[in-house]
Every structure is written in structure tokens, then in C-alpha cells.
Design a protein around this ligand. Sequence first.
Ligand SMILES: NC(=O)c1ccc[n+]([C@@H]2O[C@H](COP(=O)([O-])OP(=O)(O)OC[C@H]3O[C@@H](n4cnc5c(N)ncnc54)[C@H](O)[C@@H]3O)[C@@H](O)[C@H]2O)c1
Length: 258
Amino acid sequence: MQKVALVTGAARGIGLGTARRFLAEGWRVALLDIDAAGLEAAAAGLGAADRVLALPCDVAEPGAVFPAVQRAAARFGRLDALVNNAGTAVFKPLLETTPEEWNRVLAVNLTGPFLATQAAAPLMAEGGGGAVVNVTSISGLRASTLRVAYGTSKAALAHLTRQQAVELAALGIRVNAVAPGPVETAMAKAVHTPEIRRDYHDAIPLARYGLEEELAEVIVFLCGERASYLTGQEIAVDGGFDAAGIGLPTLRQARRNL
Ligand SMILES: NC(=O)c1ccc[n+]([C@@H]2O[C@H](COP(=O)([O-])OP(=O)(O)OC[C@H]3O[C@@H](n4cnc5c(N)ncnc54)[C@H](O)[C@@H]3O)[C@@H](O)[C@H]2O)c1
């Protein structure tokens, strides 16, 4: 039986990498994204038309999310996994973040996963259960400047993960979160200056960014049978960023030179 996953924010980046990984492991995949043109190109680029469905949709719109999730289950006949990956960021100082910006970030990053999971859970339960993975962030685990809305939305999503895990266990649905550190997406390549990269490398024990494939690997693992006793957890896939506390740059440098 070919399993079915729905991945939100799948037109590019970690979501598209995750869709690719699902296909490689024999799943069928519904890709959902607000960027209809990007989504169409991404779906075509996957080259598996019979196993791929594109769903243009804003995850923050209840009236759009429910029909989109239902379309995925109707097209493939079942739904086994949901990856709530779509996310948006406004990086501004706390005192300059407008109510509209705050509300939009919370709507996409927190309400989106709430709605999509509400829509998907009954469909998964019909097939005997399933798995949800919420993509949070290192910014929800550690506070940083310019991330008042983004970081707060991701910390709330980590708690929503636990709420969902506790309630949906009765339906045979496991719910976990993956918290990426900085990932080498096209966007990061375009906007991260050499100075920003150096700072991240210095703060991350593995001294590099993560790859989309490395995130996809953990997300797909969490959706599958090999993770059958794992629920309610947030796994930081971050090269050790979250584990590291305060450290002196000079001493870290000395260690690297050993
Ligand atoms: N890239 C990183 O370094 C990093 C680090 C930590 C967490 N994350 C999280 O990982 C997830 C994916 O990040 P990415 O870097 O691949 O992002 P990205 O910006 O490259 O891709 C996000 C996708 O989500 C879509 N999207 C945005 N708003 C949407 C909405 N309202 N409805 C439907 N789709 C929407 C976008 O169109 C885009 O295709 C996000 O939740 C992000 O917060 C990323």
C-alpha cells in the first residue's frame, strides 16, 4: 500500500525537499502552498505526475484549508501524514512590529498548523491513524533579536505539538515537531551575508548550516513506522545549536585548531 503525505509550504525549500524524500521512499504526496505558480513548477519538477498533487492554498484560511486537505485524501484515497511546514517571518524589532505583522505571523505559523491538523486528523483516523510533523525553529527554543513574532509563534507551535499529541493519540495519530537551525535554502544563500554565516558557524558546534535533505530525513522518519513509539517530542535538527550554552569564541577557536 502506497502511503500518502500532505506537505504544506512545499513549493520550495525544506517543504519541497521533504516532498522529494517522501517520493523516494515510495509515498504519494500532496503539495500545498500559497504560491500557485511556484507550486506548479515545483510539482512538475518532481517528475512523478501520478504520485503528486498540487494544492494552491493559504494555510491561514479555514475556508480554503479544509477543502484542500479533503481533496488530497479524495485524490489518493487515504491520508497517512501531514507536515505543517509552511511558515512566514517578519524580522523586526519588538517596538516596530505592527499588530498586522504580528497577527499574520501567528496566523500562518500557528493557526495554519492548527487548522490543517483539524482537517487531516479525521481522514487519517479513517485509515487507522497517521502522523503529523510541525516544523518549528531554533527561534522558538532560544530567544533572539528581531524575532518577537516569529520566535513566539514557533514556541507556541511547539506547545501545540504536545497538545495535539496528547489528544490525537486516541485516534492513532502521533504528533512531533522538528526545529531546524539555519538551513542552506536558496533564501539563506541569497540573504545571509558572510558576516552572518561566520556568526552562525561560530555558534553551532557542527560549524555549518543544515541541508534541506538533512531536515527532510528526520521529518520523513517521524512520519513512518520506524518512529511508531515517538510522539509529543520536538527534535532540534540544528548541528547542536540548541545544546550549546554560552561559550568564549576564543576557546572555541582554539578547539577547532587542535
Ligand atoms: N530555512 C531556515 O533556516 C529555517 C530555520 C528554522 C525554521 N525554518 C522553518 O522551516 C519551514 C520551511 O522553511 P524554508 O526555509 O523552507 O522556507 P521558504 O520560505 O523557502 O518556504 C516556505 C514556503 O511556505 C510557503 N508559504 C508561506 N506562507 C504560506 C501560507 N500562508 N500558506 C501556504 N504556504 C505558505 C511559501 O510560499 C514557501 O513556498 C518554515 O516553517 C520555517 O519557519 C526554516
